[in-house]
Ligand binder design. Structure first.
Ligand SMILES: Cc1cc2nc3c(=O)[nH]c(=O)nc-3n(C[C@H](O)[C@H](O)[C@H](O)COP(=O)(O)OP(=O)(O)OC[C@H]3O[C@@H](n4cnc5c(N)ncnc54)[C@H](O)[C@@H]3O)c2cc1C
Length: 315
């Protein structure tokens, strides 16, 4: 099923994002985690893509497993930076042969050592990928949005025009980059609608797991960590269990605010963990997440997960 159909027909579509582990053992462990996430009855699971294309097969393999073995819709992420049209077509033909139906069409982050001038005949921006997909394939297609403006673009309004370009080219929904102040998201949606972007804009929520990691992600994404949150995080330092608990509470509050504003969906950056989202769902209760048949999660189960996560650590 195409992802945009979920947004069109359900009052609240929620989804979880995972990344492909580097080892086969890691993939098996991820399958267990996804099976646990399935108990929360999401509409779909999305699987990230490494812009150096080294993990392409795993991205496709996991997205196909979710769809065929777990009976859940999936969406694979796909980046185009530095790739030729020929490579892209080869990859997308492979995805289609696996019966994958949905794609998040992205540029990908520039590798730091990459020259700023593009190599001839390679893709530079996501809208070029969107145009190619629209021309040759029948994937349900989302694109990325940046509530605080993309980090490389000095002018937020121009960045928004670039988003419009992707939507006009065929993007059917937008999933946002992480943000920690809902005000950025509301402002972004309002400005996007004002310039004629009418597709659903889905907030992307990151339950914070670890201080160093969140600082790195925020810097990469150009997301502001509000001073209050930053102070709390610094106070907890490397006490990961306490940081995780703060992350759950903070994301719960963010979600509550968004849900009360009537957002069409929430996309959770799970980082291959289930415990935090389970706890967030439990905090918010079935009032919000029963639309997709969400099962009740017992307190005991969440606590067991927390302990398990502390033992495994972040991959
Ligand atoms: C939900 C989500 C999932 C993600 N998943 C992945 C993933 O799996 N793998 C991964 O590598 N990355 C992922 N990313 C990160 C993403 O690849 C980066 O944010 C990347 O830097 C920008 O991607 P984009 O598709 O928004 O690029 P674009 O839309 O191409 O924008 C990139 C920059 O180019 C500018 N620009 C766009 N069009 C033009 C134009 N015509 N002329 C001049 N400038 C232009 C924009 O303003 C912006 O500054 C994800 C991001 C999000 C929000």
């Amino acid at each position: 099923m195409k992802i945009q159909e979920f947004y069109a027909r359900s009052p609240l579509t929620y989804s979880f994002e995972v990344f492909p582990p580097k080892t086969d053992r890691g993939v098996l462990k991820l399958y267990d985690t996804i099976a646990e996430l399935k108990a929360l009855d999401p509409s779909f699971i999305s699987v990230t893509f490494a812009p150096d294309r080294t993990n392409r097969d795993r991205t496709f393999q996991i997205a196909a497993h979710v769809k065929k073995k777990l009976g859940l819709e999936s969406m694979f992420h796909f980046t185009c930076i530095g790739a030729t049209e020929e490579q892209i077509i080869q990859d997308l033909d492979m995805a289609r042969a696996l019966d994958l139906e949905n794609i998040l069409a992205l540029r990908g982050d520039r590798p730091e050592e990459a020259p700023s001038a593009p190599v001839r005949n390679t893709f530079r921006y996501a809208y070029q990928l969107v145009l190619l997909i629209k021309d040759r394939y029948d994937f349900g297609m989302g694109v990325a949005g940046h509530p605080e403006g993309h980090i490389e673009c000095q002018d937020k309004e121009q960045d928004l025009q670039h988003l419009k370009e992707k939507v006009d080219a065929g993007g059917e929904f937008v999933i946002t980059q992480i943000f920690f102040d809902n005000g950025y998201y509301y402002d972004f949606v309002e400005r996007a609608q004002r310039i004629g972007i009418s597709v659903p804009i889905i907030p992307g929520i990151l339950p914070i797991l670890n201080l160093t990691q969140v600082k790195r992600f925020a810097a990469l994404a150009g997301a502001t960590i509000p001073p209050n949150l930053a102070r709390h995080l610094e106070r907890l330092g490397d006490n990961d269990a306490a940081v995780r608990k703060l992350g759950i509470d903070y994301a719960t509050q963010q979600c509550l605010g968004l849900l009360e504003q009537g957002v069409p969906g929430i996309h959770f950056y799970c980082l291959n963990r289930s415990a935090s989202v389970k706890a967030i769902f439990k905090n918010l209760g079935p009032r919000w997440f029963s639309g997709n048949g969400n099962e009740e999660i017992s307190k005991e189960k969440v606590e067991v997960e927390m302990v398990k996560d502390q033992v495994y650590g972040v991959e």
